[in-house]
Design a protein around this ligand. Structure first.
Ligand code: PEP
Ligand code: MN
Length: 347
């Protein structure tokens, strides 16, 4: 591990750095006469970077060496793969997630689930618990929504992703959800992340709308540090100044994340765009940048949706996204996951 110490640090600051280094079992040597570049030799741990960063004498960590945080991709390290039902995220597989923003009506949820499955989705999305900006907006159909998702899953065999807002709901939501979603507004809810670290349930962690990539990755680290290795990251756009799109889709983030972390990275072009007409273009950009999956709001009844109808796409548009994703994945030797054929006995 290589640290840059602050110039003119005090004796007490230097002593704190050396005491921590020795306490962690490192041997230290300065690489320069000015006591600025401190090389630490020894076995690194995932907590070491943050512990040194906390000390006022440390200006920056120039090289973490093997004191890597758990999210970090070691040189040459392969992708981590998260597997749920027919969907595989990472490792050269691309998985498509589709469904309504919120689950509202059983018949419609079933129709949407069948429709997106036929067109290439392997995971059904749909919020039962909704994080809404106004306390007066529709907050989701809650337990009733979970029942609808359970029915759709039993009928179609699709895996289900749905949001969990409160650590107290993790148990109930996990009974139905194959993947627990943490929404953008909750990316920094460390109590929730810590609880999810205690489960062994896959987690879809969405980027906070004003989070740097380092903050995003450290939010994932909370889950990984608890022993839950099944984390999927989702780029969903960050807040910008231009109302032309709901958020600014950060396609560069996808490419950077794929280098920095071994975790799978997917994109949500629907919440990035906030309008249906450019969802397909953003989905294409995401897969081209290396995304391991795409999650879209699909709803044939957008005018009646209580939540985000203004950005939902049709079945036909989703079918085009699936076709694009297959073509783009093929360009770099990847394949899109397909739902397994169901025989009468598995229906
Ligand atoms: C969602 O996916 O339903 C959602 C609320 O998205 P986000 O947290 O990215 O706003
Ligand atoms: Mn939404």
């Amino acid at each position: 591990m290589l640290l840059r110490l602050r110039r003119n640090l005090s004796r007490a600051e230097l002593d704190s750095v050396l005491a921590l280094a020795r306490g962690l079992g490192y041997r230290e040597r300065f690489l320069d006469g000015g006591q600025e570049l401190l090389q630490l030799d020894g076995r690194g741990g995932p907590d070491h970077v943050a512990r040194f960063e906390d000390l006022s004498g440390v200006a920056s960590i120039l090289d973490a060496g093997d004191a890597r945080e758990r999210y970090q991709r070691a040189p040459g390290q392969a992708d981590s793969v998260v597997s749920v039902g027919d969907a595989l995220f990472g490792g050269g597989r691309v998985a498509l997630i589709a469904g309504p923003c919120a689950v509202e009506d059983l018949e419609r949820v079933l129709t949407i689930a069948r429709g997106v499955r036929e067109r290439g989705a392997t995971v059904l999305r749909g919020g039962a618990y909704k994080p809404r900006t106004s306390p007066y907006s529709f907050q989701g159909s809650r337990e009733r929504g979970l029942d609808m998702l359970a029915r759709a899953k039993a009928e179609t065999g699709l895996a289900v992703v749905t949001e969990v807002l409160d650590p107290r709901d993790i148990g109930a939501v996990s009974e139905v959800a194959d993947i627990l979603q943490v929404g953008s507004r909750n990316m920094s809810n460390q109590a929730l992340l810590t609880e999810l670290g205690r489960t062994r349930h896959p987690v879809l962690l969405k980027r906070g709308f004003a989070a740097t990539l380092r903050e995003f990755l450290l939010a994932a680290e909370y889950i990984l540090a608890g022993g839950n290795a099944q984390v999927i990251l989702c780029e969903r756009g960050v807040r910008g100044f231009d109302p032309s799109t709901r958020n600014v889709f950060d396609v560069g983030a996808v490419a950077v994340l794929k280098r920095q972390t071994h975790l799978p990275v997917i994109v949500d072009p629907s919440h990035s765009a906030g309008r249906p007409d450019i969802v397909r273009a953003l989905a294409r950009a995401g897969v081209a940048a290396g995304a391991d999956g795409v999650m879209c709001d699909v709803n044939p009844w957008p005018a009646e949706a209580h939540c985000d109808g203004h950005q939902a796409i049709s079945f036909e548009e989703f079918a085009s996204i699936a076709a694009d994703s297959r073509a783009l994945a093929r360009l770099d030797g990847r394949t899109v996951c397909e739902a397994t054929q169901r025989t009468e006995s598995t229906k």
